[in-house]
Write a protein of this length. Structure first.
Length: 158
């Protein structure tokens, strides 16, 4: 059901790939495999089963996702929003949840390989670029990091 402003009713779920994998994969396939021509064998890697996944539902339908790899020092990845839900703040909601999860796991920072086209999105959230540009899955990326912990450093409070 949409709210008075026409925005969808949102619900956030977190879990493992066993419980959320089918729906997470559907969102990622739409965005990365079909939308950006990322090969399926690259998109679906061996880390999925070790990560904590976030699934954002809009009006009950899978709409956005992301994952946190705690074992890889807080690597955030596979953040994706279906085309019809872009511009509604769903990416921000997914990132809020991933950063809060990282803080709950006791991590002091998070990092990612950000597509160059998403660099501004991460920068506005307090992430900083810590590498030069490199190619991954045929797409230009940079490594970005965000410190967690205090309001002063732009991080998530624990």
């Amino acid at each position: 059901m949409k709210d008075a402003g026409g925005r969808p009713d949102l619900a956030v779920e977190t879990g493992d790939y066993g419980s959320l994998g089918r729906e997470v994969a559907a969102v990622r396939d739409s965005v990365f495999v079909r939308g950006m021509d990322v090969p399926e064998e690259i998109e679906h890697d061996d880390r999925d089963h070790f990560c904590v996944h976030v699934l954002l539902r809009a009006d009950g339908r899978p709409a956005a996702t992301g994952r946190l790899d705690v074992d890889r020092d807080g690597k955030v990845g596979r953040v994706a929003v279906l085309a019809e839900y872009r511009g509604m703040g769903l990416g921000t909601r997914v990132m809020d949840e991933l950063e809060e999860l990282a803080a709950r796991y006791g991590l002091d920072r998070v990092w990612c390989h950000a597509q160059m086209t998403a660099r501004g999105f991460y920068s506005r959230r307090g992430w900083r670029t810590v590498s030069g540009e490199f190619m991954e899955a045929g797409i230009p990326h940079v490594r970005m990091e965000r410190k967690l912990g205090t309001e002063e450093d732009g991080g998530v409070s624990q």
